[in-house]
Structure formats: structure tokens, C-alpha cells
Write a protein that binds this ligand. Structure first.
Ligand SMILES: NC(=O)C1=CN([C@@H]2O[C@H](COP(=O)(O)OP(=O)(O)OC[C@H]3O[C@@H](n4cnc5c(N)ncnc54)[C@H](O)[C@@H]3O)[C@@H](O)[C@H]2O)C=CC1
Ligand SMILES: O=C(O)C(=O)COP(=O)(O)O
Length: 389
């Protein structure tokens, strides 16, 4: 029986992928084999030694201590693209919110008082305060052309916008998926300078913290709109507030309220709703539950941010050894010699490395005694050993 600790609401459609006879899932489990999580912050929390996998039912993994998990030989899975449409739809809504001044106009409408005739007179007299602009012909700048950025760029093109995009590490798949009318910018500053509206879709990393700051905002067009549905920290909040107050920015639409921002008349702060659709929650939970289940039951890896993708069919004759080790010379040699010393014949073997870590699947003929697994664990550089019967 595998024990899965769930933090946050994980869609039941995902949990249903874990058969009850082999998986116990609960928000209260001691010594779990795996953790399923959404946005709960695991930094500084004790992650039990029993944990061999973490699944993030979503895209961003900045709430998980990935480097620590890598050192422990624990893969961190996510669900790339599974919530991209949901985020894209909210970003497109954000373009309209800003372009047509919908939030302040709605607030004005709600604040009207008097008879219907008085309301009518007041609104007709005041609607000029909320005159907006239309999207066709305007330029949207997209920073980060991954799963979400590509969809935002393509939809903006379909709405008649010009689009410029910047992503120094765009994948071949993303480049193929991108509308051919999207123009390449050569830096974030270039995006800022060429765009009427800018939307940021990068992960939160040391390199992207404060990516949009005073100097980048100084490169933006007068009256530009900034949208941030990635992470609050990607944008320097004080610098954005200053740009809003100096009316250099028309609006800031984001998914991250703060005390400084939430009441600003030209900030729209949604409560981290980007992925909050039934569809996205289900897609993410199903994808990540399948991946974690596969890893626990077969050792195969799909979509781990810190492990190489690996799949090897079971040879069917004996146990499977899953060894996570440092990516240094002679690890495979040591593993196979130790198995040979104990008379364990290797039936099939697959090894792949990613950065400082390597992962090895070994199907042996017969069973791997506990003592052999312990000897493997004692090899310097071996981080994790599992035996799957
Ligand atoms: N508001 C919400 O509810 C949600 C927020 N997100 C956030 O959006 C982020 C992006 O999500 P996806 O598009 O699914 O991820 P992704 O991994 O498919 O795309 C991210 C892209 O950003 C690019 N990138 C990294 N550093 C960059 C830089 N300095 N300049 C330009 N591009 C850079 C990468 O090369 C990659 O192509 C997530 O990491 C997460 O933080 C994701 C889903 C929901
Ligand atoms: O997928 C992401 O990165 C998100 O930010 C979505 O977060 P959530 O799962 O809605 O708490």
C-alpha cells in the first residue's frame, strides 16, 4: 500500500487515478511515500524521509524546495501545460479589463445613488471618465513563451493584436506552436519598448525575481499596461506602484493582491485565480497523479523538473532496482559489480543523467535481498535506492 499525503485541494478526478486497494490518500498521513500539493509552501517544512516523490498539481514549483529534494534523490513532478488554457483565458480577460477600464467603471456603477433617472443622468455625464481603447492594432509583449505565453500570444494574434515575444530558452515545441505572426524581441527591455500591453509568463527563479523593475519600466511606452499572472515576485511591486502613481503605467493587472496594491485605483488584483477552473484543476491532478503513480509502481519518470524523463518496460522476471545517484564517473560500474558479487544477473538496464543527478533502472533476475539494497545505499554518491517487486 502506497501512502499519499495531499496538501491543498487536489481534484478528486486525480485522486481517482490512484486505486484504493493500492493507494491510501489523505491530508493527514504520517510517513507518506509521496506528497501531492498545489500552492502550499513546503520551504522550511519538514518533509519526512519516507517521501520518495512530490507531485505539484500545477506548473510553478517555486513553493517546493527542489534543490533539497534533488540532493535527497526525490523527483518533483509537475503538470506542464495542464492549466495553460485557464491562465490564458484570465490573461485575455485582463487585457479587456485594462483596455476598457472595466473595474473602476463597475465600481463607479455600484456606487451610484438616487432614482433610476438620476443614475441614468449621472452615468451618461460621467462615462467619458472610462473611455478605453480597442485591442486590434495594439501591440502585446509576451515575456516567457512557454505553455501559457504561447497560448496568450496566439490568442492575442487572433484578436487582431500585434505580438512581440521574448524567451531566450524557447523550446522547439513552443516555437512550432507559436503563431507565425509573432515577432521575436531580443530582450525584456526590447519587449517593454515595443509594447502597449506586456504580459509576463516566466517561472519564479533567482534570475526572474524582480525581472520587471524600475529600469525595465522606464523602457516601457507611456501609458502601457502590465499584466502579471506568473508570480508576484517577478515584478518589483514598489517600482510598479511608482510607475502607476506617475501615470507612466495605465494599469497593473495581476493575480497577487497585496496591501499596497489591492486598493490602488488602477491595479486589478485577482486572488491567484489563474488555474482555478474545474477543467484545469482536474487536468493537473490527473496528470500529476498518473506520473507519481507510475514512478511509485514502475520507477519510470515523466515530467519531473529535476529528473530526466525515463521509461523502461518491465522485463517481468524479477525485481526492479531504482537507483538515484550523483552524476559522477563509475557509479554504474559500482552498482553492476555489487549486483554481480551477489549473483544477481542484470536482465535490463537504463541510465540517464540530468545535471548533477543520474537515475538508473535495473531489472534483475530474481529478488534483491534487503542487505544488497543496503549495500547499494552505502555506495558514496548513491542518494536513493528503491526495490520494486
Ligand atoms: N496565476 C496562476 O494561477 C498560474 C501561474 N503560473 C505561473 O506561470 C509560470 C509559467 O507557466 P508555464 O507557461 O506553464 O511554464 P513553462 O515552463 O511552460 O514556460 C515558462 C517559460 O519562461 C521562459 N523563461 C524563463 N526565464 C525567462 C526570462 N528571464 N525571460 C523570458 N523567458 C523566460 C522559459 O524558457 C519557458 O519557456 C509558472 O512557472 C507559474 O509561476 C502557472 C500556472 C497558473
Ligand atoms: O500552476 C501554478 O503554477 C499555479 O500558480 C496554480 O496554483 P494553484 O494550483 O491554483 O494553487
Amino acid at each position: 500500500m502506497y501512502r499519499i499525503l495531499t496538501l491543498n485541494n487536489i481534484s478528486v478526478k486525480g485522486l481517482d487515478r490512484l486505486p484504493r486497494e493500492r493507494f491510501e490518500t489523505s491530508s493527514d498521513i504520517a510517513h507518506p511515500d509521496a506528497i501531492l500539493v498545489r500552492s502550499a509552501d513546503l520551504h522550511g517544512q519538514e518533509i519526512p524521509d519516507s517521501v520518495v516523490a512530490i507531485g505539484r498539481a500545477g506548473a510553478g514549483v517555486n513553493n517546493i524546495p527542489v534543490a533539497d529534494m534533488t540532493e535527497r534523490g526525490v523527483p518533483v513532478f509537475n503538470a506542464p501545460g495542464a492549466n495553460a488554457n485557464a491562465v490564458k483565458e484570465l490573461v485575455i480577460a485582463g487585457l479587456f479589463l485594462a483596455a476598457r477600464n472595466i473595474c473602476p467603471a463597475w465600481e463607479y456603477g455600484r456606487g451610484l445613488q438616487g432614482s433610476d433617472a438620476e443614475l441614468h443622468e449621472a452615468m451618461e455625464a460621467n462615462k467619458k471618465r472610462f473611455v478605453g481603447f480597442e485591442l486590434p492594432g495594439r501591440t502585446l509583449g509576451v515575456v516567457g513563451l512557454g505553455a501559457i505565453g504561447v497560448q496568450v500570444a496566439n490568442t492575442a494574434r487572433a484578436l487582431g493584436m500585434k505580438v512581440v515575444g521574448f524567451d531566450p530558452q524557447i523550446t522547439v515545441d513552443a516555437a512550432w506552436a507559436l503563431d507565425s505572426g509573432v515577432e521575436a524581441a531580443h530582450s525584456v527591455g526590447d519587449v517593454m519598448a515595443r509594447s502597449d500591453m506586456i504580459s509576463v509568463h516566466v517561472p519564479l527563479l533567482d534570475a526572474t525575481r524582480g525581472l520587471i523593475n524600475a529600469s525595465r519600466l522606464a523602457q516601457a511606452r507611456e501609458g502601457a499596461t502590465l499584466l502579471n499572472f506568473s508570480r508576484a515576485e517577478v515584478v518589483d511591486e514598489a517600482d510598479v506602484l511608482q510607475a502607476l502613481n506617475e501615470e507612466r503605467l495605465h494599469a497593473y493587472v495581476c493575480d497577487f493582491p497585496s496591501n499596497a496594491l489591492k486598493d490602488h485605483p488602477r491595479a486589478v488584483t485577482l486572488p491567484h485565480l489563474g488555474a482555478s477552473t474545474h477543467e484545469a484543476q482536474e487536468n493537473c491532478a490527473i496528470m500529476v497523479a498518473d506520473q507519481v503513480r507510475d514512478y511509485l509502481e514502475t520507477g519510470n519518470v515523466r515530467n519531473a523538473v529535476n529528473f530526466p524523463d525515463m521509461g523502461m518496460p518491465r522485463s517481468g522476471k524479477g525485481d526492479r532496482l531504482c537507483v538515484v545517484n550523483a552524476n559522477v564517473p563509475n557509479m554504474l560500474g559500482q552498482i553492476s559489480s555489487l549486483l554481480a558479487q551477489h549473483g544477481l544477473n542484470i536482465d535490463d538496464m537504463f541510465n540517464k543523467a540530468q545535471e548533477q543527478l543520474a537515475y538508473t533502472l535495473v531489472d534483475v533476475e530474481g529478488q534483491v535481498p534487503d542487505a544488497v539494497a543496503e549495500e547499494l545505499r552505502a555506495i558514496e554518491g548513491v542518494l536513493k535506492v528503491r526495490v520494486i517487486s
